[in-house]
Write a protein that binds this ligand. Structure first.
Ligand code: GLP
Length: 242
């Protein structure tokens, strides 16, 4: 779906997500949202906050799972995804802290923590709605080229392009972590509904590749072609090569 601009795209998607949360809550169970970070979801989170403030969306009965987290950042680091989520969404809405799940970026036992994250998603009943951005390498979460279709939550090594893209916000490449914990492609593809957001010229060619190119582990977003309910929400620039 191509919209004139990102504000309009986020207004429509946020209204759809609010409706989904309400209908799941009305059916008597918590709604499970998979959340993303990066610059892309910022106008979407702003719109969710607006709906919350307008009394149209409560997060009191929402469980969230974030896609990924950098490994090794200190607690409260401004670039950690936990800090990002607090700043951009959670501190503005009525999420219950115990319902917030973000991979631990300083785990004692990485594989045990990753397995526990997968189990927590299963125990919550699976993800109802998963939000995604897309990296220049075609990654979703931090599933860099070579990530298998059936990969699960695990430690990943960041692609040099991804680290380069993150360098300005970290104040230099040498400060960008080399590794992260990310949900796998298999974890993401099990979400019942998926929305991938992309804005601007810089995303146009990777969006085209993901949507119309071969389905390959070299572009993990291309796996979405096989998902029964995945939609790309694009502005005119990101959709310009389609
Ligand atoms: C990071 C995140 C991804 C995000 C990507 C694009 O790699 N792990 O989830 O989609 O960056 O970032 P941006 O939205 O800032 O372009």
């Amino acid at each position: 779906r191509i919209f004139p601009d990102r504000t309009e795209a986020c207004r429509i998607l946020a209204a759809e997500v609010a409706e989904l949360v309400r209908s799941i809550n009305n059916a008597g169970r918590p709604a499970v949202l998979g959340l993303a970070t990066g610059r892309t979801p910022l106008p979407f989170y702003a719109e969710l906050i607006r709906l919350h403030q307008a009394g149209e969306l409560s997060f009191a009965n929402v469980i969230s799972f974030n896609l990924d987290e950098y490994l090794g950042l200190s607690h409260g680091h401004p670039e950690s995804y936990r800090t990002f989520m607090e700043r951009e969404l959670f501190s503005h809405v009525d999420m219950r802290p115990e319902n917030i799940n973000i991979p631990n970026g300083n785990p004692d036992d990485i594989s045990a923590r990753c397995a526990a994250y997968e189990k927590a998603i299963r125990d919550a009943g699976g993800i109802d709605f998963q939000l995604l951005g897309i990296g220049r390498t075609g990654h979703i979460g931090f599933n860099e080229p070579g990530s298998p279709r059936d990969s699960r939550t695990r430690q990943v090594e960041l692609d040099p392009i991804t680290r380069e893209d993150a360098a300005p916000s970290f104040g230099g490449l040498e400060h960008v972590p080399t590794h992260a914990i990310s949900m796998g492609c298999g974890t993401i593809l099990e979400a019942r509904k998926i929305a991938l957001l992309a804005w601007g010229d810089g995303k146009a060619s990777i969006v085209k590749e993901a949507l119309t190119g071969p389905i390959t582990d070299q572009v993990s977003a291309s796996f979405l072609q096989e998902h029964p309910d995945a939609t790309f929400y694009l502005d005119a620039e990101a959709g310009s090569e389609l």
